[in-house]
Design a protein around this ligand. Sequence first.
Ligand code: HEM
Length: 438
Amino acid sequence: MTNSAPTDIPLAEQVRVAVATTTLNTISRVARRFDDPLGSLDAPGGPADRLALHRSLLASGPLVRSRLGAYLTATHAGCHAVFTSPHASSMPDSGRSTLERLLDPTLRDGKGEPLSDSFISMDAPDHTRLRRLVQRGFTPKSIAEHEALVRRTAEELIDAFPTHGDVDLVDAFARPLPMRVITRLLGVPDSDLAMFDRWGEHLVTALDRPRSLREATDVHHTLLEIDRTFRALVAERRRQPGDDLVSVLAEQADGDVLTDDELVGTLSLLLIAGFETTVNLLGTGTATLIANRDQLELLASDPATHLPNTVEEALRYESPVQFTLRRALAPIEVAPGHVIPEGAEIVTVIAAANRDPLVFPDPDRFDITRPNARRHLAFVTGPHACLGGALARLEARVAWETLLRRFPDVTRWRVTGAPTDGPSQIIRGYRHLPMRFT
Ligand code: HEM
């Protein structure tokens, strides 16, 4: 992370963010003391007992009101209703009160915000237009064409595993794999990989609320650095197109074209949305397989048959994105008689919805043959459904296929030390996972 002082940001904005982060930390701490579910979700690193919180939310029905004013929905039907509602806004600023704007903990320097300017934070019609233009690079067919690249990258990383057999799976495999795949898809030269790896280290906190002016500044500077790098890449590809994703996205489609700002915002989004999520699917998914040895052995007995559903069950069982936020632009009924009022902030607790017993019988059992595992909401659904789902599925399938081929004796696979949790409350996963395969 950059350690430079926040010189490019007006002092008044720095003071506002310092006050906002301190106030939000205090409110959150007090809320936790009163067992408020939003306070628990907002704990640094996530709730102390995630599963207990998710179970208690599910047992409380389709809608739970936090003392902080937001509404939480944890049921599968409730989350589904919000994700598909035309009244659920993804724009962070829509319907916010003046106080909420003042307490926004992200730094704004007036030059545009890399992530909130991308289409994940937009509503129709802007969202529809940008998503349509980007979607052409993410069709299942175009993603399938990248299988050889993912395979080559996975092999390369395993070749570099230490010969003594002890390996941190996150550092050596789960983290570099998605980062190298996305940078190679974008046509970033391999000489810049170290820079992207360094950013990757810190991007995990980009999706969370900053806890201090220091954190807000660090994230802001990293995002600006990414923005600058992508701006140069876009200019180069406009001059001299290649066969990479940036060149595809820079082309005109149906008489419409992404502007430089839109293209740069999209590339930052692809990097951030596609990276930390996939890291954690690979990390927690592998640990879950080892903790459920009968399932690992079943998978190893016939990977071709079981891998696709294993990926779905891993996404269901340990959702990399634990919750997302929306705002009700008009009342939203999530179940008969349960209505989120206009203006309310909504927290859709995906991780709990993926363990809703009304949809997934015996939800806490990890079962790679579960017939409806694919009904999980790990990629949400509706207009903002993850655009990179096919790529993430491909990466996980090829990653596990390659590990199983290179280390076929799964009775030797083991976790050799306590995994370290990542720092995020939105993204769930391990920062370190000490392992042996031989
Ligand atoms: C296991 C891996 C992944 C998970 C669990 C995941 C999860 C999600 C979720 C939950 C959302 C919706 C956020 C919201 O609406 O609030 C989302 C959106 C998105 N994801 Fe993923 N993602 C993954 C991998 C990827 C990859 C590999 C890419 C691309 C390289 C990607 C690109 C996107 C984009 C562009 C959006 C915004 C879609 C929109 O707003 O229309 N994701 N993802």
